[in-house]
Design a protein around this ligand. Structure first.
Ligand SMILES: Nc1nc2c(ncn2[C@@H]2O[C@H](COP(=O)(O)OP(=O)(O)OP(=O)(O)O)[C@@H](O)[C@H]2O)c(=O)[nH]1
Ligand SMILES: [Mg+2]
Ligand SMILES: [Zn+2]
Length: 336
């Protein structure tokens, strides 16, 4: 009979799962064969997935993943399924906070459709006035940033309170911002590996190599993830706007004159251009448009005109779609 379990970590050809009901002798974890793709749908297994395990060898603690249950949400990169909140972590210093990079992380987080939180790390490295200026600026973006210092313990109790809720919280952000250090501050027994930033730009050294779930309090899981520097953007220009809280908020109050408005500050646009992230939004929009034009050129080149448009997916499917093989590969690789 199959047992239900949660994927806690993916390692080479295996995945480590936690059983929903402990097995004989109180066994809670099994090491399972990891088929890269499952069944007819060809879905890939992600950390956070609910799976069914069969062929269990209890004395050896081994089994095989037989089926993948439907997902509630999917963070594409780092790939984590069924998360109920995404915590974007960026450092105030070492490495310096880059608003465009932070925006790309926030966009990836917003695409999941679950709650998004923003944590500013290494608060000990900036003076109070500079910290306050960042907080005020990011509040204007629609986020309530939490300032923390893993080194001095500031903000850790509040972070614990925010994360100690049922479900999976994913900590993601650039390398070296102190994600693993934060998890160590929250759960000291884990003693996760951390390492010093290096170079002129004080970049991280990709210390965490795999996504892994850790229990924070009963029922609440926290995912540590490998840092990377450049999250992808959505494929369709029209998908970008709703991922900015400032745009969402302005569209509650007003309606743009044109239905497919890309909010470029034209007359008749209800969003306008008098907001801090407007230039960043524009930069992202141009990148998405350039990427869409390249994709279209490629599909015309390879399949002829009649195939145009066939790549479009409905929004809901896009949100829950499986991680593409390319993305999965990418997330395993450094991108500096
Ligand atoms: N000053 C200061 N340094 C910190 C703080 N938190 C972490 N660090 C340092 O930042 C460096 C990187 O920390 P990590 O926890 O390895 O960073 P990470 O985000 O997990 O990095 P990756 O695993 O590469 O993605 C280490 O040298 C930490 O000691 C902090 O609150 N203040
Ligand atoms: Mg780490
Ligand atoms: Zn508009």
């Amino acid at each position: 009979m199959a047992e239900r379990a949660r994927v806690m970590a993916l390692e080479a050809n295996f995945c480590r799962v936690e059983l929903e009901q402990p097995g004989p002798g109180g066994i809670e974890h099994l090491l399972c064969v990891r088929r890269t793709r499952l069944g007819k749908t060809g879905q890939q297994i992600c950390v956070g997935d609910r799976v069914q395990i069969d062929g269990i060898d209890w004395p050896e603690g081994r089994g095989a993943v037989a089926a993948l249950e439907p997902r509630n949400s999917l963070l594409e990169r780092p790939a984590v399924a069924n998360c109920s909140r995404v915590v974007v972590a960026v450092a105030l210093e070492q490495p310096q906070l880059d608003p465009l990079q932070l925006t790309r992380f926030l966009i990836t987080a917003e695409r999941t459709g679950v709650a998004v939180e923003l944590v500013l790390t290494k608060a000990d490295l900036l003076r109070a006035a500079e910290r306050a200026a960042w907080c005020e600026r990011l509040q204007g973006w629609g986020y309530g940033p939490l300032l923390v210092s893993a080194q001095q313990g500031a903000g850790i109790a509040e972070l614990r309170q925010r994360l100690a809720q049922p479900g999976i919280a994913v900590l993601c952000g650039p390398s070296g911002v102190g994600k693993s250090s934060l998890i160590n501050a929250l759960v000291p027994e884990l003693a996760l590996r951390v390492s010093a930033v290096s170079g002129r730009l004080q970049r991280g050294r990709h210390t965490t190599r795999h996504v892994e779930l850790f229990p924070l309090v009963p029922g609440a899981l926290l995912a540590d993830t490998p840092g990377f520097n450049r999250p992808d953007l959505p494929l369709e220009p029209g998908d970008l706007g709703p991922l900015f809280p400032e745009i969402r908020q302005r569209l509650v109050a007003g309606v743009c004159r044109f239905k497919n408005c890309l909010h470029q500050g034209d007359p008749g646009c209800a969003v306008g251009s008098d907001w801090d992230r407007f230039p960043i939004y524009t930069t992202c929009l141009e990148a998405v448009q350039a990427q869409a034009a390249r994709e279209q050129g490629r599909s015309i080149g390879s399949a002829g005109l009649k195939q145009r448009g066939s790549r479009r997916e409905p929004l809901l499917d896009q949100r829950l779609r499986q991680v593409s093989r390319r993305r999965q590969r990418q997330s395993d690789v450094d991108d500096d």
